[in-house]
Ligand binder design. Structure first.
Ligand SMILES: Cc1cc2nc3c(=O)[nH]c(=O)nc-3n(C[C@H](O)[C@H](O)[C@H](O)COP(=O)(O)OP(=O)(O)OC[C@H]3O[C@@H](n4cnc5c(N)ncnc54)[C@H](O)[C@@H]3O)c2cc1C
Length: 387
């Protein structure tokens, strides 16, 4: 067992939420320990689409220009493509923040944020898998885990523990909750990078098909990212073969066929599931949850990372505002809940209401016909999931 050190804050998970919280707390003078189980840069299954609403946080963190320098693409147009045709829009139509969105690999995006936290003074440790939180009654005293490099148990001490470990959080969810997506919904996601995708510059294409949806856009180095969600039945029918799943989903659309006609897979396919979406809890036994650990908005909104970044910002604000009070972690959790509700409550509810539509073949057909007849409906729908 390594000697224990004490920090003002321990953050579990070095994704967008964890790195943002670590960067901001370190900037505010906290002695921060950020623990990430993987080694950076690490791949992540994601649409890799960063909405303009994320830009103010990225600027405040001082990484916006760095991401552009690293090859993040500017996405100015958006096409919603169904079996009935396509509806085109400008990013400027759905965002008040900026007339373009960003598209960059998660390997690069997450590493940039992680390194930013480090450069602002957070102690960032990779290869540490947190297993559990330690408590004194209902109050956290630190975390215990494994150093995956040495295989040794490790313990770290702090009264403030922040969970940013994503959708499979061990600290927020009990075993039954972690396996909830394995019953009922059974949706799976796949992602791959391609070279030689035809005619996709400056645009994201969202494909709505009978058993799910997916997005295609250019990222850095001339690669394009394709990420989509479908049902377990489709994955099973394809025998788990990613190319066959692609054939039965995205490639049922002639526009997608054209885009990928000369495409060559670059790197590995990533898959995840079963997935479940929606609200969870913002804190548990005085451990505060950020990003996906607190709740996962449906990927069709393309706003998961923005919520991860902003939830970290508002949690840090709540922590700093509560610093003087006697039970400051409880006070911080209370303030954070109120900020979270105000900022994300409505959007989460709208995304939840739209969820059954995107997985019902009948509803998808009706939606495709409605949008073909009344394309102007697409804009308010997309805006509604953003604010
Ligand atoms: C199919 C799909 C497509 C998506 N597309 C988009 C999109 O285009 N745009 C968008 O904005 N959002 C998208 N999202 C959502 C987005 O990926 C998430 O909202 C975002 O990653 C949340 O960030 P986070 O920091 O909360 O968690 P994560 O990014 O999941 O980071 C959690 C980190 O914690 C680490 N970790 C986990 N457990 C432990 C542990 N026990 N100890 C130490 N470390 C641990 C993990 O390794 C990981 O690095 C998509 C999601 C899915 C499923």
């Amino acid at each position: 067992m390594l000697p224990m050190t004490c920090h003002d804050a321990i953050i579990v998970g070095g994704g967008p939420a964890g790195s943002t919280a670590a960067a901001l707390l370190a900037q505010a003078g906290f002695r921060v320990l950020l623990l990430e189980e993987k080694r950076m840069p690490r791949e992540k299954l994601c649409g890799e689409f960063i909405t303009p609403e994320s830009f103010p946080t990225l600027s405040r963190l001082g990484v916006f220009d760095e991401l552009i320098r690293q090859g993040a693409q500017q996405i100015r147009r958006l096409s919603l493509i169904t079996s009935q045709g396509q509806v085109d829009g400008e990013m400027a139509d759905i965002s008040r923040e900026c007339d373009w969105a960003m598209s960059v690999s998660r390997a690069r995006f997450d590493q940039t944020l992680f390194e930013r936290a480090r450069s602002l003074g957070a102690e960032c440790r990779e290869g540490i898998a947190v297993k559990q939180c330690a408590f004194n009654g209902e109050y956290p005293t630190g975390v215990d885990g494994i150093d995956l490099g040495t295989g040794r148990p490790v313990s770290f001490r702090s009264e403030l523990v922040i969970d940013a470990s994503g959708r499979q959080s061990r600290l927020m969810l009990n075993r039954a909750e972690r396996t909830a997506g394995r019953r009922g919904s059974r949706r799976y996601a796949l992602k791959v990078h391609f070279e030689n995708v035809v005619d996709i510059d400056g645009r994201i294409e969202l494909f709505l098909f009978e058993h799910g949806y997916g997005g295609l856009s250019l990222i850095e180095n001339g690669l394009a990212n394709l990420c989509f969600i479908t049902t377990e039945e489709i994955v099973r029918r394809a025998g788990g073969d990613s190319m066959k799943v692609l054939e039965q989903t995205i490639l049922t659309n002639p526009i997608a066929r054209e885009r990928l006609s000369k495409a060559v897979v670059s790197g590995n396919w990533l898959a995840a599931g079963p997935l479940s979406f929606g609200r969870r809890r913002l804190f548990r036994r005085n451990v505060i949850a950020l990003g996906d650990a607190a709740g996962m908005i449906d990927p069709f909104t393309g706003t998961g990372m923005q919520i991860a970044l902003r939830s970290a910002e508002i949690a840090v604000r709540a922590i700093i505002e509560s610093a003087g009070s006697s039970r400051y972690i409880e006070e911080a959790a209370r303030r954070y809940s109120s900020y979270y509700e105000e900022e994300f409550g409505r959007r989460m509810a709208i995304a939840g209401a739209l969820r059954p539509v995107v997985f019902s073949p009948l509803a998808t057909r009706i939606a495709a016909k409605t949008l073909a007849a009344a394309p102007f409906l697409a804009r308010p729908l997309m805006r509604a999931t953003r604010r």
